[in-house]
Design a protein around this ligand. Sequence first.
Ligand SMILES: CC(=O)N[C@@H](CC(=O)O)C(=O)O
Ligand SMILES: [Zn+2]
Length: 313
Amino acid sequence: MSSYSNTARLTEARRVAIFGGTHGNEMSGVTLVNLWMKNSDEIQRKGVEAKPFITNPKAVEKCTRYVDTDLNRAFTPENLSAPGGDELPYEVQRAQEINKVFGPKGSPEAYDVIFDLHNTTSNMGCTLILESSKDHFNLQMMNYIKKAIAPASCLVLLNEHPLLKYSTSRSVAKHPVGLEVGPQPQGVLRSNIFEAMRVILKHALDFIELFNEGMEFPSCSVEVFRVSERIDYPRDANGNIIAMVHPNLQDCDWEPLNPGDPMFQTFDGKTIHYQGSGTVYPTFINEAAYYEKQQAFVTTRRETLVASAIGKA
Ligand SMILES: CC(=O)N[C@@H](CC(=O)O)C(=O)O
Ligand SMILES: [Zn+2]
């Protein structure tokens, strides 16, 4: 048997899209995509067709997360097949249009890779978001990016939870990749966050070019943080929030939180401690957009995944 017998042979990734403005007030992605729509030299690679695209132009126009409903939750089978045309919520119409152009979701005609650019108000740094632990192309891409940006770091959030997974814009692609960079307030552009996003995307596109050119990627391991649990703010009987993220936890995304550690601080100064079992790694701590989703932060658990060797078919 050849030494390549365990190498997964994957088709080239020729059709790549870069989405910005899935949330209209996340300015790094909106700005980069608008820039690249004017001049796409920076994102072109040999053997790759990279298409920059503003997914929610009405929300970008208003500088708001969404107009009728969150576009990054809208790509459900029900929405994508819903009749109703103009009567449907704006983002559902938009999801259908995006699915036609870049999908159909789950079909062989779908785009190979979609990068969806997001900002968070949380202190998460550079985070790549994956939806499957079995996508070896994406896992290899994560390994490549991590090595390329060292000594800077970027972490991988794995959103594969049976209940907490949601139907993202990027999910129409064969290989969906979310890129979440923060902290950056909504509606604000910060140069450090903008540049960090730009650099990650550069390496991601380089990886695709190398893959398409026939480079072989040996098996490797990738550290990921798997979404575990969603934690809401403490509330009173009427549903009003009665506590804030504790100062010891605020801005401490990705740092271990152990049972008994301070988690919230009530307005009258009482500390609420984390009561879970074992160490978790909180992230999206105090994200502005998640107040409406009743989420103060999400806990993750650290794992090491093995990416198979890959090469093009
Ligand atoms: C702050 C924010 O918008 N985060 C994204 C994460 C993702 O793209 O999966 C969202 O909730 O849709
Ligand atoms: Zn977003």
